[in-house]
Write a protein that binds this ligand. Structure first.
Ligand SMILES: *Cc1c(COP(=O)(O)O)cnc(C)c1O
Length: 395
């Protein structure tokens, strides 16, 4: 593989930035710096002996791009290295990866435990869609291992985690979850999109499968939709033969090349995004009308100690709960100049979203606001928020 060392061994462990930028000179591609895009649906053979070998083990050969495509394989290899997994498979979106991972771990009659406040469509799939196949899910708080343990049933086959969750930013103790699941023979899956492989590596803590929406930080430029599953060879072989080949929700070679471009600067971007997120969160944490800032990097955050144990850094997506009337909060957010209003996150641009209260919760005391700090100057982000509060007569 192109990422392996050539020449005399260097004795320093590679940091993640080196892992994502270093390619060896590759004679097959005339020494091209970036891997060329393999825009192919099929690959051909010089004789039938080779062809039949490929037909017998399509996942080990280049036969058809709903199987293996070199551009996609290159990205898979790099993502597995970064996450500390043996193998990876890329998909057309985060949800394509998540649904394939879930389906690989359940059968009719099974019970699933999932954390509350998990990504919406994941909740929809586990809470509603899978009912028709006879699969039942219990949603738990997840902040204590006891809350998870109490939900275990004899037929519990999967523990689905998202740490931190992307709206309420709550964590689960990943090591404790992995131990519990091993004890009861259940598969653990985690959505690791928030922390990225740069700041959290759940496989090293005993989790079985990691999924990411590459649409967010890893793509990093708000221009692709993609997902990945990372884990052991054995599990990825099974997923490769079944959910990957049969559902066919594959990644295109163009997307793989764009994701690869995003990946090259991921460690650098995460460093700056972490600083920006912390600066903005620390500013909000001081304001008297803000009841709570949900950012695990703040020392005031209830799960800060757990965050330090299992993560080496922080994403820049967080939320806060504000004690102002909803109308005022909406006006505040609409007047921001540096934050655009929208879903998603992980690109270069800062975003804001005032979470719409559920029916029946309109009169609640606290309004939840989600912020994504992008790559802009954090002082400008803070000034912008400050000015908008001042326009409401608040300081
Ligand atoms: C966006 C997102 C997903 C889904 O990814 P898509 O690429 O949009 O399908 C899953 N989990 C989290 C935490 C996300 O933010």
């Amino acid at each position: 593989m192109s990422t392996e060392r050539q020449g005399p061994a260097l004795d320093k462990k590679w940091d993640k930035q080196t892992v994502v930028v270093h390619d060896c000179h590759d004679e097959r591609h005339f020494g091209a710096v970036t891997m060329p895009m393999y825009q192919n649906s099929l690959f051909t053979f010089s004789c039938h002996k080779e062809f039949y070998e490929a037909l017998d083990s399509p996942l080990e050969h280049h036969l058809y791009s709903r199987g293996n495509n070199p551009s996609v394989n290159e990205l898979e290899h790099r993502l597995a290295l970064l996450e500390g997994g043996e193998a990876a498979r890329c998909f057309a979106s985060g949800m394509a990866a998540i649904s394939a991972a879930i389906m690989s771990a359940v059968k009719a009659g099974d019970h699933v435990i999932c954390v509350d406040h998990v990504y919406g469509p994941t909740r929809e799939m586990l809470g509603n869609y899978l009912h028709r196949f006879g699969i039942e899910t219990t949603f738990v708080n997840g902040e204590s291992i006891e809350s998870i343990e109490a939900a275990v049933r004899p037929n519990t086959s999967m523990l689905y985690l998202e740490s931190p969750t992307s709206m309420t930013i709550r964590l689960q103790d990943l090591r404790a979850c992995a131990e519990l699941a091993k004890r009861i023979g259940a598969t653990t899956i985690i959505d690791n999109t928030w922390a990225t492989p740069i700041f959290q590596n759940p496989l090293e803590l005993g989790i079985d499968l990691v999924v990411h929406s590459l649409t967010k930080y890893i793509g990093g430029h708000s221009d692709i939709m993609a997902g990945v599953i990372i884990g052991s060879h054995e599990r990825l072989q099974e997923i490769g033969r079944q959910e990957f080949l049969l559902y066919g929700g594959i990644m295109t070679p163009q997307t793989a090349c764009l994701a690869m471009r995003g990946l090259r600067t991921l460690p650098l971007r995460m460093e700056r995004l972490q600083q920006n997120g912390l600066a903005v969160a620390a500013y909000l944490d001081e304001l008297p009308y803000i009841a709570r800032v949900n950012h695990p990097g703040l020392t005031t955050y209830p799960q800060h100690e757990l965050a330090k144990q299992q993560m080496s850094g922080y994403g820049s997506l967080f939320s806060f709960e504000v004690a102002l009337p909803l109308e005022q909060v909406l006006t505040w957010a609409d007047r921001l100049q540096m934050f655009r209003i929208g879903v998603s996150w992980g690109g270069y641009e800062s975003l804001v979203q005032v979470v719409r209260p559920l029916a029946g919760q309109e009169g609640e005391e606290l309004v939840l606001v989600r912020l994504y700090a992008g790559l802009e100057d954090p002082e400008l982000l803070i000034q912008d928020m400050c000015r908008s509060f001042e326009q409401l007569g608040l300081s």
